[in-house]
Write a protein that binds this ligand. Structure first.
Ligand code: ADP
Length: 398
């Protein structure tokens, strides 16, 4: 079966086409600047040079029409007919409390996604546009919704409740949801395979460190705590998001700026690595500047590593121990310096890195712990698209 995976943002659309007989990627691409001047599609077939087409792309329906054209194109295409497409998997950011697993889309699922829009106002409407556009482009082809929040729905109330009056949870479902669930699910199950043990026997801490980051405690295959919250600013320091801050800081900013929208921009877009360093939200730029002696850049990198270290230690406590720490996403997969600094000082809990295995390791599955380390330390590149394709195939095959 061939499965198309779509990740729709408000002005962009990423896609990958999988052949599920061997889980290979036949083609992938990106539509950028939907509804904005300068829109274009960049399409890659397996190892070919990308095909770029610049054209007016007014909306998601048109963007999807272009993607399907590219997939069928006699030169850049990979399909002879759209009949080869078995199903479409959509990344959907918020599934609320109701959706604890991936589902085939029907009108009630669409309503659920709409109902969760107040929790993910930027993402859910864009995800829905992708679903609607696909339904009209290919009626009858099953669409599956794979939620970023679903994996974390196994968190117990003691992990997801905030210490504010309970009525806000009862009425408005104000609670921790956390995100990146598809990535945490993929890397934790892949880590179990690499460890040669059933996931149900392992306590794993997964560190998804990218522009947006989250740490998850995966206790015997289930998420039991995760560092993002109702929104996407808590937890560790991110590219432009602030990570954990005391509520008084937010109240102070509100009073000082006098405008909730302005404060929202500050904590989402102007904080994190960028906010502390004043240089960039990109860790490579920050660490380059730190190497040249910039003290605020060094501080930003230190705050990031310290915040991850604290989560690892606290999640080990939550699970009464840890068998493996897994690093993934842009920073986790590529930054040997950051991985080393994070685990430095955790020897007291049986975590010992082997520098010769860690140094220079980028984007590959590997164990980077010392042979005598009680806790395994691993790098596992994430693959959210493959996870979405697998779920979609399972649902569409039923
Ligand atoms: P997103 O959350 O947008 O998917 P990514 O997972 O691609 O982000 O991660 C982007 C981050 O990874 C950036 O901060 C980037 O600097 C960092 N990164 C990528 N490669 C390296 C590297 N070699 N060293 C340090 N940081 C890196």
């Amino acid at each position: 079966m061939k499965i198309l995976v779509l990740n729709c943002g408000s002005s962009s659309l990423k896609y990958q086409l999988f052949d599920m007989t061997d889980e290979s990627v036949l083609a992938k691409g990106l539509v950028e600047r939907i509804g904005i001047q300068g829109s274009r599609i960049k399409h890659n077939r397996a190892s070919d040079e990308p095909t770029i087409r610049e054209t007016d792309i007014p909306d998601h329906t048109f963007a999807i029409k272009l993607v399907l054209e590219m997939l069928l194109d006699s030169k850049s295409g990979v399909l002879k007919s759209l009949d080869e497409l078995g199903a479409v998997g959509h990344r959907v950011v918020h599934g609320g409390e109701k959706n604890d697993r991936s589902v085939l889309v029907d009108e009630s699922v669409i309503k659920d996604i709409e109902d969760c829009t107040y929790l993910a106002p930027l993402h859910n409407p864009a995800n829905l546009m992708g679903i609607r556009a696909m339904e009209s482009a290919m009626p009858g082809v099953p669409n599956a919704a794979v939620f970023d929040t679903a994996f974390h729905q196994t968190m117990p109330p003691k992990a997801y409740l905030y210490g504010i009056p309970y009525r806000y949870y009862q009425k408005d479902k104000v609670r921790r949801y956390s995100f990146h669930g598809t990535s945490h699910a993929y890397v934790s199950s892949r880590a179990a395979v690499l460890l040669g043990k059933p996931a149900e026997s392992l306590r794993i801490i997964t560190c998804h460190l990218g522009n947006g980051s989250s740490i998850t405690a995966v206790d015997r295959g289930k998420s039991v705590d995760s560092s993002l919250g109702m929104g996407t600013t808590p937890g560790i320091l991110m590219g432009t998001r602030c990570g954990d801050v005391d509520a008084s800081v937010i109240l102070y900013l509100l009073e000082r700026e006098g405008d909730p929208k302005r404060v929202s921009d500050i904590i989402h877009k102007e904080s994190g690595l960028l906010g502390i360093s004043g240089i960039s939200s990109d860790l490579r730029d920050v660490q380059d500047a730190a190497l040249k002696g910039d003290s605020r850049a060094m501080l930003a990198s230190d705050v990031l590593c310290e915040s991850v270290k604290k989560y690892i230690a606290s999640y080990a406590a939550v699970m009464s121990g840890v068998d493996a720490i897994v690093f993934t996403a842009g920073i986790g997969e590529n930054s040997d310096y950051t991985r080393r600094e994070i685990v430095r000082g955790l020897e007291f809990m049986g975590v010992r890195i082997d520098d010769s295995k860690n140094d220079g390791l980028r984007g590959k599955e590997a164990f980077i712990n010392a042979d005598d380390s009680k806790v395994k330390i691993m790098v596992v590149p994430t693959n959210e698209e493959l996870m979405i394709a697998r779920d979609t195939m399972r649902l569409a095959g039923k």
